[in-house]
Design a binder for this molecule. Structure first.
Ligand code: ADP
Length: 190
């Protein structure tokens, strides 16, 4: 079993790469952003709550996100492993993930960060906003706020995983195939 955390700022390409890696390594991909958007589209209570945060570029509260993630893991008891995309994003989420996995005799094998400069990322997000219709990609202030949330709450997790010897980073600039290869090299070396 392999369990991976894909790490990186908004726009780093986590979702794109997860889609390739899940096929290649037969893993279940859980994107918290996708699950929130699915709930918003379907008008669930969770969706309504999440939307009020996502629309501002704020993080959704930890307990809401943690409970949702736990449900997603438990829906897939037969998975050969997971790619966590967009989770954890805070200290509390990282601790909750470790606890959840421990209870199931599982663990995170590696956290792999996709690295790219803010200028490149902002350009990608604005382009994505034009086609995806994502409200949080269409407004410079919301995008800036997401980077601030990342720097404040998510970046400290790098040290959390480094201290466990699980942190890897790859260059997130290049063609999609090149980046998949860089990620694969890390996974194959585990
Ligand atoms: P991106 O990485 O491009 O910002 P995501 O699709 O991963 O986008 O997430 C979109 C939004 O969903 C985030 O800005 C945040 O509001 C919310 N969200 C996603 N994952 C989490 C999480 N782990 N904790 C809190 N909020 C989250």
């Amino acid at each position: 079993m392999i369990n991976l955390v894909l790490f990186g700022k908004p726009g780093a390409g986590k979702g794109t790469q997860a889609n390739f890696l899940k096929e290649k390594y037969n893993l279940k991909h859980i994107s918290t952003g996708d699950v929130f958007r699915f709930n918003i589209k379907n008008g669930t209570d969770l969706g309504t709550l999440a939307k009020s945060y996502i629309d501002k570029g704020d993080l959704v509260p930890d307990q809401v996100t943690i409970d949702m993630l736990k449900d997603e893991v438990e829906k897939n008891p037969d998975a050969d492993g997971f790619i966590f995309d967009g989770f954890p994003r805070t200290d509390a989420q990282a601790l909750a993930l470790d606890t959840l996995l421990e209870q199931k005799n599982m663990k995170i094998d590696a956290t792999i960060a996709l690295e790219a400069d803010d200028q490149v990322l902002i350009k990608r997000l604005v382009e994505r906003g034009k086609v995806s219709g994502r409200s949080d990609d269409q407004d410079a202030a919301k995008i800036r706020n997401r980077f601030e949330e990342y720097n404040e709450k998510t970046a400290p997790l790098i040290k959390y995983y480094q201290d466990q010897g699980k942190f890897h980073s790859v260059n997130g600039i290049g063609s999609i195939e090149e980046i998949t290869q860089r990620l694969s090299a890390v996974i194959d070396g585990l």
